[in-house]
Design a protein around this ligand. Structure first.
Ligand code: GDP
Length: 226
């Protein structure tokens, strides 16, 4: 069942609203183009053909059954780093019960932005132990088969895989920056957040990502109840 799109979102519908079925707001953060909307659509079960109709919607609500318990997530895709109004930025950073910070494994700049966002979020919500999940999206681009005629470029030391594209035999081609898989894991450990690689395009690890969010939220809830 596709999720119900929501045109507006506020801090009123929260897990603390007294509703018997917990609902949590999960905010997607990250540079433009890293795949936030694609992940939200994959979560929501929105098909290509629905995308036009969904245009302008920024939040998707869906109830997940995880470990035998139902939890409703409201996934908010409203982050626009290029917007100048600081209220929008701080609202996004204040309103979430959990955060999914996305970068693209093909774009080192987006990885650096993700690190900055984590620092900002931790400092703004210092007193709260909010779950943050760091997501390296577009993992399908790492797995793309390498043409036989195109030898692998030896990878830089931090990078556990060879860099397959572009073909080094193409004159003038510059190898892309190292896909930061090991860096992603290391940073997640340093900042005490979870890490997962996804492919919104192939729907790889998308369910695992949002189930992981639910488990992280429950761990905090159980910690508070104890
Ligand atoms: P946003 O600006 O962060 O919301 O990014 P979008 O979801 O709009 O995606 C930007 C572009 O990246 C689009 O062309 C998507 O089709 C593409 N994209 C998103 N996720 C993936 C992925 O997992 N793999 C690949 N190969 N492309 C992706």
């Amino acid at each position: 069942r596709a999720a119900a799109p929501r045109g507006s979102w506020s801090s009123e519908s929260s897990a603390s609203s007294g509703c018997w079925e917990p609902q949590y707001r999960v905010v997607l953060l990250g540079d433009p183009g890293v795949g936030k909307t694609s992940l939200a659509n994959a979560f929501a079960g929105v098909q290509e053909r629905d995308l036009l109709e969904q245009h302008g919607e920024v939040a998707y609500e869906r109830t997940l059954s995880v470990d035998g318990e139902e939890t409703t997530l409201l996934v908010i895709d409203a982050w626009e780093p290029e917007r100048r109004e600081s209220w929008h930025r701080s609202h996004c950073l204040q309103v979430g019960n959990a955060y999914v910070i996305v970068y693209s494994i093909t774009d080192h700049g987006s990885f650096e932005s993700a690190s900055e966002l984590r620092i900002q979020l931790r400092s703004m919500r210092q007193a709260e132990d909010i779950p943050i999940i760091l997501v390296g999206n577009k993992s399908d681009l790492r797995l793309r088969p390498i043409p036989v005629s195109c030898p692998r470029v030896p990878s830089p030391s931090l990078c556990p895989v060879s860099v397959p594209l572009p073909c080094p035999r193409v004159p003038g081609a510059v190898p892309p920056p190292c896909p930061p898989l090991a860096e992603g894991r290391a940073c997640a450990m340093m900042f005490d957040c979870k890490f997962i690689e996804t492919s919104a395009a192939l729907q790889h690890n998308v369910a695992e990502l949002f189930e992981g969010v639910v488990r992280q939220l429950r761990l905090r809830r159980e910690g508070k109840e104890a």
